[in-house]
Design a protein around this ligand. Structure first.
Ligand SMILES: [Zn+2]
Length: 172
């Protein structure tokens, strides 16, 4: 349900506005990023924060809303996963149980994933990739890195800083 408010009417909506949600923790708007009319990503972003006054004014009990991002992309293929795993196993075996990293690229026109390994400095507790361009027509979407003999969960370093740009960060 969408409620129009005085505050909303004063602030111009972003160009990619498609609809909005008013919740107890703010107002959010939905936007879909498309390529050649094919939706690639739908995001719901904050527009105004703290709309408790709307709740009081209307006597409503609005629920809080969680930010969401939905990607309309194909699954990452088995062959990409297999190649990545073999690379990680190879680095682990040859380089003193070191971590390693693979970049994930996505082509919105091909609706296809590609992966490659950038130049990187590896050791058993960290991996540092160097800047590396995406293949022609592909955008960097994130990375997958291995944890050698450590559990496959986000370490303090992983949480503090994503090693590459892009939004997806997997750990194996
Ligand atoms: Zn890590």
């Amino acid at each position: 349900m969408i409620y129009w408010t005085e505050e909303l009417s004063r602030k111009p909506f972003p160009l990619d506005y498609e609809g909005c949600v008013v919740a107890s923790n703010g107002t959010f708007y939905a936007a879909t990023i498309s390529c050649k009319n094919v939706p690639v990503i739908t995001v719901i972003k904050p527009y105004l924060t703290g709309s408790g006054d709307i709740e009081v004014a209307r006597g409503l009990r609005l629920a809080p809303f969680m930010l969401t991002t939905k990607m309309h992309v194909p699954m990452i293929s088995r062959s990409i996963q297999d190649t990545t795993l073999r690379f990680f196993q190879d680095v682990y075996a040859r380089m003193a149980q070191s971590e390693a990293l693979v970049l994930l690229h996505f082509s919105p026109t091909e609706m296809a994933w590609a992966q490659d390994a950038p130049p990187q400095v590896v050791n058993p507790v960290s991996v540092a990739p160097e800047p590396h361009p995406s293949p022609m027509g592909y955008n960097l979407m994130g990375d997958i890195h291995s944890h050698g003999h450590y559990p496959a969960r986000h370490s303090a370093d992983d949480v503090k800083s994503a090693r590459t740009t892009g939004d997806l960060h997997y750990i194996w």
